[in-house]
Design a protein around this ligand. Structure first.
Ligand SMILES: Nc1ncnc2c1ncn2[C@@H]1O[C@H](COP(=O)(O)OP(=O)(O)OP(=O)(O)O)[C@@H](O)[C@H]1O
Ligand SMILES: [Mg+2]
Length: 228
């Protein structure tokens, strides 16, 4: 018997985002059709300006399309209200950025707990889950440090813990190794690959590098906002 096709986690149809600057319309992404199954690890490639971050921001619910359809984890993002996008960002996706984007005045533990508390979960289970994640990420000795006291690799591992605190089905990473040396970059990619393999997380990584090539189920190449 044929195996059933895995369920689509991400579906985009004619997905378009342009930026209107005065008279000029700048293309972010242009009529992208895309289907990513649950459990895939997809690499987004393409030269600077090709639309990788634009696409990831739409997938993350941080931005809204100018046109087209987008569904992630059964949620329709193209027509979602602000409140349902907030809820989506708290429950369905975890995001990892090149510049880490940690809160500078909060400790490592507090940074990781924050999205859990914002999602309305109670303090004790959130703290214990955060401590567990940070121990798995080799940061048990850094819980009460603030980001400025961490190395780049430690900051990005903190950001990975933060992305995982609400156990999202989808992890989106925009150049997660861009500010790391090659050893720490490889550690971050190995962690993402492990999350894909062992927890079945659907992962989309925008990257210029080749470090994640071996772990990927698919490469998607963007050029001028279109999939090639
Ligand atoms: N807020 C914005 N306002 C106007 N134009 C924008 C905005 N954000 C992105 N763009 C434009 O959209 C296009 C796609 O940009 P995007 O940031 O998605 O590229 P990218 O593939 O992530 O590039 P990089 O590899 O440099 O990160 C570019 O032409 C960019 O200048
Ligand atoms: Mg980018």
């Amino acid at each position: 018997m044929e195996k059933p096709a895995p369920a689509a986690m991400i579906t985009a149809k004619g997905l378009t985002r342009y930026y209107q600057l005065g008279e000029n319309r700048i293309t972010g992404i242009d009529a992208v059709d895309l289907e990513i199954a649950a459990g895939e690890l997809v690499l987004l490639k393409g030269v600077s300006g090709s639309g990788k971050s634009t696409l990831l921001s739409l997938l993350a619910g941080l931005d809204r399309p100018s046109g087209g359809e987008l569904k992630v984890g059964g949620r329709n993002l193209a027509h979602a209200s602000g409140a349902s996008l907030d809820d989506y960002r708290r429950h369905v996706v975890g995001m990892i950025f090149q510049a880490f984007n940690l809160m500078p005045t909060l400790t490592v533990l507090e940074n990781v707990c924050l999205p859990g508390l914002l999602a309305g979960r109670s303090d004790a289970p959130v703290r214990s889950r955060a401590a567990e994640l940070l121990a798995w990420l080799n940061l048990a000795h850094r819980l009460s440090h603030i980001p400025a006291q961490l190395s780049g690799g430690e900051m990005q591992r903190t950001a990975i813990a933060r992305a995982l605190i609400n156990d999202p089905a989808v992890i989106l990473a925009d150049e997660p190794t861009g500010n790391l040396d090659s050893r720490n970059g490889a550690i971050v990619i190995d962690l993402l690959a492990e999350l894909n393999r062992s927890s079945g997380k659907t992962i989309v990584i925008a990257t210029h590098g080749s470090q994640a090539d071996g772990a990927a189920t698919r490469h998607i190449r963007l050029k001028d906002g279109k999939i090639q």
